[in-house]
Design a protein around this ligand. Sequence first.
Ligand code: ZN
Ligand code: ZN
Length: 360
Amino acid sequence: MPTIKAAVCHEFGQPFVIENIDIRAPQDAEVEVTLAACAICHSDITYASGAWGGSLPAVYGHEAAGTVTAIGPNTKDVKIGDKVVVTLIRSCGTCPSCASARPTNCEEGYEGDHGPIKTADGGKLHQAMACGGFAEKVVVDASQVVTLPDGITMEAASLLACGVITGIGAVVNAAKVRPGQDVVVIGAGGVGLNAIQGAKIAGARRIVAVDMEPSKLDIAREFGATDAVLASTDAPWRDAKAAMGRGADAVLVTVGIAPVYDQAPKYLAKGGNIVMVGMPASGAFSQYEAANFAAAGQGMIGSKMGDVVIKRDIPWMVDLYKQGRLKLDELISGTWSLDQINDAIDDTKTGAAKRNVIVF
Ligand SMILES: [Zn+2]
Ligand SMILES: [Zn+2]
């Protein structure tokens, strides 16, 4: 088996170890992608902290882009030499969820302990999120990749694998925001900025960003927020409603903090929907006054990965980027080598709104 360099998590809460691992050739409908870039997502950091459990040792990383360097015998539509985005959205294409255009909810499980990677001495190595992108190469199912046109850098393309599609998809696919509606985005981090971009693309009237950090609110305005509300005030929903002149048609909760879910209904207009995007730690619960949802015709929707269909949604986002209507380069705060990944993660943990990208 070929040997590649990877960042391996051996113990939750501890720095990754840069070491050689083995990766087998693609089988069946798999592709091998030699990575050019992999962004660091907060989900990687949450997994590495142990908050969501999972198997160890593991290779995280799931916002990747690179070049196809080998394909399995049953791979269609992707060829060696193609530049691709690599996502964690592995879909069988035939289960009830896939058949109803919800591949993010594919019902066919994936067991990362028996994936394509092993430790250098042949031991078990978990391919986290069906990807394992903190490594020089990945072998993934062809359903997880989308071919890219020219005119987009690999660093920018990597962001389309998770944060961008999650934020924009939550607005257009889950909340189904129509032109003229009012949108509140709680959390102006990596996903929140993209929910703001999505609301702008969808033609929202007012887009109110809510965050604890004044600096993040400044960035939120650059990405299309019409109004900014500091979350540290007593009742930020009052300030948000004042800005809109009413409640919100859609409230996107992009932070994984349970008490924020408790507050989210307070921002809503009658008939509005909360879209739950951020994922609190396993075991966290939220409370809300149940009767209000029926009385005001409101809804609460969970949205995984923006409910995207990657081969439908990523190409139009790439095209908007090429037209200058979608910001991607502006989402990148820094580029780092794989050897520097622990420093890049520490930098991300400081609460930076934007993405750090590992380049190979
Ligand atoms: Zn992610
Ligand atoms: Zn499926």
